[in-house]
Design a protein around this ligand. Structure first.
Ligand code: ATP
Ligand code: MG
Length: 423
């Protein structure tokens, strides 16, 4: 123990569990790379104003959850609470959208920071892998992203995730719906804050998790009943493409993102093994965001999947990932001369691609063999003075306990043979 602890709402990723987090990130990235998405990395902090505009002043994220600060130089910055605004800012700044190759398809992986009330699955520092397809309006693109997320979850062995799907309409039909919803909501018995939300961000009220609010929302006007012809046709195509791809989804007419530049397709991935923090990922179309950031009209769609909650979902389903072996061979030198010889053998083995570790710290045989067993290695490579005098080392199978001699010059090929034979 030290005097210090990780800050409230955060936790450290430590081996061996951290390997699962890497595997989850990799599993989400693989289908994206395979579909033409290029890796993008943006700073962990940006101008507060970018998030205020790009996420929205009226959202909880900006109004309550942001870590904002003033720098020594007087700049107002914030740790990123999400990455879509940053990614779009970067794409516009580098003029990637003018490359003549639309949509610009990018993916990212990284930390996000939100000042939330910490609980299981809800942290102040968490990690997302996300994808954005910028500059094309095509239902196949919306479908592609949903299919890629589904592939990622399935490649991890998850079966309990569900896809919730909705359309939020566009500039034509949403304002009409918004007004109808506001009128309905103003007639309900709601607290001060929620009443304010009716005026600022009425769609968000549909997302209220409290029972006393939910009860009153029965009979609320729903977006799918108010879609214009163009939005209806677009949404129908997304649904058909998903169905044709064999991806199951559920229509959820109350699923919302409360901001005006979120348009048409919106979706969430939920997992029922997670209790109240059930969303493992979410996304949708944001055709108006580029203009909000001072860019040209660039219809776009994207998602962000939570790595922490995906790991929790794997735990909830009892899925055990096939993780790459950490150590195959553990070298145990007895005496100074053996140290030199085995250290050289370890380097040669590693160069040959064999995961190898070494008993550091001049340990005795007993302690070193304990470490060998704990390392998960299949073979221990042991040598003392007597072995070396004969130009030999000992190779011990840590499962069967069987021990054989190997000439020092043959260590690398013999170990490769043994590991290959064991599969
Ligand atoms: P929630 O409704 O649970 O607050 P959200 O709508 O704020 O989620 P998004 O902003 O859409 O979530 O982020 C996408 C994903 O990132 C979520 O589905 C979730 O898996 C993950 N996520 C969001 N906030 C947190 C957090 N505080 N801790 C851990 N994961 C998070
Ligand atoms: Mg949230």
């Amino acid at each position: 123990m030290s005097t210090f602890k990780a800050p409230k709402g955060t936790y450290d990723l430590l081996p061996p569990d951290s390997a699962r987090f890497l595997a989850v990130r990799e599993a989400i990235a693989t289908p994206l790379r395979n579909a033409g998405y290029g890796y993008i990395e943006t700073p962990g902090f940006e101008s507060v104003e970018l998030f205020a505009r790009g996420v929205g002043e009226s959202t909880d994220i900006v109004s309550k959850e942001m870590y904002s600060f003033t720098t020594k130089g007087g700049d107002q910055l914030a740790l990123r609470p999400e990455s879509t605004a940053s990614v779009l800012r970067a794409v516009l700044e580098a003029n990637l959208h003018k490359s003549g190759n639309l949509p610009v398809k990018v993916w990212y992986s990284g930390s996000q920071y939100r000042y939330e009330r910490p609980q299981k699955g809800r942290y102040r520092h968490f990690s997302q892998v996300g994808a954005e397809a910028i500059g094309a309006e095509d239902p196949a693109l919306d479908a592609e992203l949903i299919i890629l997320a589904d592939q990622a979850y399935r490649s991890l062995g998850l079966t309990g995730h569900r896809i919730l799907l909705n359309s939020l309409g566009d500039r034509t039909c949403r304002p009409v719906y918004r007004a109808a919803l506001q009128e309905f909501l103003r007639g309900l018995d709601l607290d001060e804050e929620t009443r304010r939300r009716i005026e600022l961000n009425p769609l968000r009220v549909l997302d209220d998790k409290r029972d006393e609010v939910r009860k009153q929302l029965v009979g609320a006007p729903l977006m799918p009943d108010h879609l214009c012809e163009a939005c209806k046709a677009y949404h129908e195509q997304v649904r058909e493409l998903l169905t044709a791809a064999g991806v199951r989804f559920e229509d959820d007419p109350k699923l919302v993102r409360g901001l005006d530049y979120y348009t048409r397709t919106t979706f969430e991935f939920v997992h029922d093994g997670l209790g109240s923090q059930s969303a493992v990922g979410g996304g949708g179309r944001y055709d108006g965001l580029s203009e909000m950031l001072g860019g040209p009209a660039l219809p776009s769609v994207g998602w962000a999947l939570g790595v922490d909650r995906t790991v929790l979902a794997l735990e909830a389903e009892g899925v055990r990932l096939e993780l790459p072996a950490t150590t195959s061979v553990y070298a145990v030198p007895l005496g100074d001369e053996a140290r030199g010889v085995l250290f050289a053998a370890v380097t040669a083995l590693r160069e040959a691609g064999v995961a190898t570790d070494f008993a550091f710290g001049g340990r005795g045989l007993k302690g070193a063999m304990k470490s060998a067993n704990r390392s998960g290695a299949r073979l221990a490579l042991i040598a003392g003075e007597r072995d070396l005098a004969e130009g030999k080392a000992q190779l011990k199978d840590l499962e069967s306990g069987e021990q054989t001699e190997v000439p020092v010059a043959e260590i690398v090929p013999e170990i490769q043979r043994r590991l290959a034979a064991q599969g």
